[in-house]
Design a protein around this ligand. Structure first.
Ligand SMILES: [Zn+2]
Ligand SMILES: [Zn+2]
Length: 405
């Protein structure tokens, strides 16, 4: 099937995808337990020739399509969860669930993956291998992909037709983004998204009267020194060509102006695009916090929690995806990203197991300014549903390309 035909087939599915997307948008759910979302997806998949596995540790759905000829399995991922925000878009189909919103576009991902399941089911006889549709909850910090992998997502039975093994040999995901116009596609080989870890530092002093700091041990200036020194550590000790970000997003200490508190707490996020730098930053944070606390005779407790690992695209899979993108939307709308972005993704866990690629899909209407369009995670973000035509065709193209007979 050529790319133009795929695009037309995807276009024909747009009304269905828009309807599903709007239902999901009205009933957003957060985390790993998404009962309403799961029901809607199952209803939309009903009647397709899929072997559906309902995951038990989460609301994940694994749906397997077997082609007419033997071959390997390709995985397509769509995430389904929303964010804790009060929507402020004014859309007719805005969230009916107060305090939850599909502000990262996962409603479009889910609708597109259902669209791809329909499109590929119709092409089934010509497919040499299988397509595993991974409907994933809990992407926004809840490790949904990890749960699905741990529950055996990749442990597939042999092919039904001839009993031959058909392992997952490629995995692809799309993510809609406000930073590209509708229908543009971008990706890159190697690191594409950062690791995101969390840091908790507690400086332990001794409380006392604010007028007599020498009788106490004030944790506040020590905490301030640590915050400043972390930035020096990042710029002086981390390779600028393998960068990292440490941002302190929260400091808590004290109650009123005339009391020296016992403790000061610092919280922040750590981003890096290689494991090497990630570990160097963790070591640096400990060294700086412990060293500064020791210099002032205070104690410090440093807790560094690992979040999602670096998302690393397989180089040749990214090249394949970019070539398909270029054929689908044109070379002028296909971007080979010069740098990774500092956001994080739990599709990283899938890419640790299977070579594949994450691809970004433009979702800002061509008539709106990219500079001022509300970004992903904003309570005002609005994605152009026309982008789903490109996205669904791209999902299908990546699968079909991998399963050519
Ligand atoms: Zn997000
Ligand atoms: Zn997202």
């Amino acid at each position: 099937m050529d790319l133009e035909t795929l695009r037309d087939a995807s276009h024909d599915l747009l009304d269905d995808m828009v309807a599903l997307r709007r239902t999901l948008h009205q009933w957003p759910e957060i985390g790993n337990d998404l009962p309403i979302t799961r029901e809607n997806v199952l209803e939309a998949l009903d009647g397709l020739p899929l072997d559906v596995t309902l995951h038990e540790t989460t609301s994940g759905i694994a749906a397997l399509l077997e082609g007419g000829k033997p071959g390997p399995t390709v995985l397509l991922r769509g995430d389904m969860d929303a964010l804790p925000l009060v929507e402020d878009t004014g859309l007719d189909f805005r969230s009916r669930s107060e305090g939850s919103m599909h502000a990262c576009g996962h409603d479009t991902h889910t609708a597109m993956l259902v669209g791809a399941a329909k499109l590929l089911s119709a092409q089934r006889t010509g497919i040499a291998g299988r397509v595993l549709f991974m409907f994933q909850p809990g992407e926004e910090g809840n490790h949904g992909a990890r749960f699905m992998l741990d529950e055996g997502l990749l442990d597939l039975p042999p092919a039904r037709s001839d009993g031959s093994p058909s392992p997952v040999t490629a995995a692809y995901a799309l993510h809609i983004t406000s930073v590209l116009p509708t229908g543009w596609l971008s990706s890159r080989g190697g690191s594409i998204m950062a690791a995101a870890d969390t840091m908790y530092i507690t400086v332990k002093g001794r409380g006392g009267h604010a007028s007599e700091p020498y009788r106490a041990l004030d944790p506040i200036p020590i905490a301030c020194e640590i915050v400043q020194a972390l930035q020096t550590m990042i710029t002086r000790r981390i390779d600028v060509f393998d960068p990292a970000v440490v941002t302190v997003g929260k400091i808590v200490a004290g109650t009123v102006n005339n009391i020296i508190p016992e403790t000061a707490q610092i919280e922040g996020t750590i981003r890096a695009v290689s494991e090497r730098t990630r570990r160097a930053v963790h070591d640096g944070i400990r060294r700086v916090a412990e060293g500064i606390a020791a210099a002032h005779d205070a104690e410090v407790d440093v807790v560094l929690e690992d979040g999602y690992p670096v998302t690393i695209n397989d180089k040749s899979q990214a090249d394949i995806a970019l070539e398909l993108a270029s054929g689908l939307v044109g070379a002028d709308k296909t971007i080979r990203m010069p740098n990774p972005i500092m956001g994080a993704e739990d599709f990283s866990y899938v890419l640790q197991e299977v070579p594949g690629a994450m691809v970004f899909l433009g979702g800002t209407h061509a008539e709106r300014s990219l500079a001022t369009a509300a970004p992903n995670h904003s309570n005002r973000v609005m994605f152009d549903e026309q982008a789903m035509i490109t996205g669904t065709a791209m999902y299908a193209a990546m699968a079909l390309n991998h399963l050519r007979s």
